[in-house]
Design a binder for this molecule. Structure first.
Ligand SMILES: Nc1ncnc2c1ncn2[C@@H]1O[C@H](COP(=O)(O)OP(=O)(O)OP(=O)(O)O)[C@@H](O)[C@H]1O
Length: 252
């Protein structure tokens, strides 16, 4: 069963072809990593896959629901942690989670119980009545993740979920995501940290210049190498380094 099916996705920004025809099948129950260099088109692809950015061409299906034709049916299936998300700065973390649940039309009692569970699981309680606008980058990531989880979606799409998150919280998040996948959920995440992708993901897609260079089960894609080496191979080898000869304290 396919959880997310992307076909022929294209997006241009002016003269920049950010996504140049992406086809991808993300199996249900997989922990899927999307990796690629800066500017590869990961964020643009995930934004189109989750109904946040209108594609110029192509289709997106989440559990056979066409995201762009039936957004109301697709929304309950999806939990999204977008890149650079703007949150309501004047709410506390728990208020923001409640707000996300109310927008989803959740029952208030169910919502209150889940909000408390999420605050405990993601260690957000220590922030007390601090407004989200005053949160650290890692705390912001965690509260945004809580908002993506509160309605118990079937597919989670997370843009750089571990960025700026401390190791203790990262372990907690990994545990939550692994439990979600173990019970039939699907996680799609983008990351620059190959070691993390190798540790948590069972499938991976390598994206560059808006195209998928390789995709499938992790072991197939890395083909006996570690993911970082394979990634650099796929991208045509490490770029030649420009020597910054002026940046040598000893030469001055
Ligand atoms: N709103 C926008 N307007 C103009 N160009 C954009 C916009 N969003 C993305 N781009 C361009 O599209 C290309 C793909 O960007 P995208 O953010 O999808 O890459 P990414 O793989 O997520 O990169 P990173 O790893 O650096 O976050 C880049 O060339 C970027 O400059």
């Amino acid at each position: 069963m396919i959880a997310v099916r992307l076909r022929g996705l294209v997006k241009r920004f002016g003269t920049t072809l950010a996504v140049a025809g992406v086809d991808l099948d993300i199996p249900a129950g997989s922990f899927y990593g999307v990796v690629g260099p800066n500017g590869a088109g990961k964020t643009t692809t995930l934004s189109m896959a989750t109904g946040l950015l209108l594609p110029d061409a192509g289709t997106v299906h989440v559990h056979d629901v066409d995201v762009w034709r039936r957004p109301q049916d697709a929304a309950p299936l999806l939990g999204v942690l977008p890149d650079g998300l703007r949150l309501f700065d004047r709410l506390t973390g728990p208020e923001l989670i409640s707000y996300a649940g109310l927008l989803r039309g959740m029952d208030r009692d169910v919502l209150a119980a889940r909000r408390d569970d999420l605050v405990a699981a993601l260690d957000l309680g220590s922030a007390g009545s601090t407004h989200v606008g005053d949160y650290s980058a890692g705390m912001t990531k965690k509260v945004a993740l809580a908002c993506a989880l509160v309605h118990a979606p079937r597919v989670l799409v997370l843009d750089e979920p571990f960025e700026a998150v401390d190791p203790v919280s990262a372990t907690a998040i990994r545990g939550i995501l692994r439990g979600f996948v173990a019970t039939g959920g699907t996680v799609v995440l983008s990351s620059h940290v190959m070691a993390l992708v190798e540790q948590v993901c069972d499938h991976v897609a390598v994206v560059a210049q808006g195209r998928v260079l390789a995709a499938g089960p992790l072991d197939e894609v890395r083909a006996g190498q570690d993911l970082e080496t394979r990634f650099i191979d796929l991208l045509g080898g490490a770029r030649e380094r420009t020597e910054l000869s002026w940046l040598r304290p000893s030469s001055g």
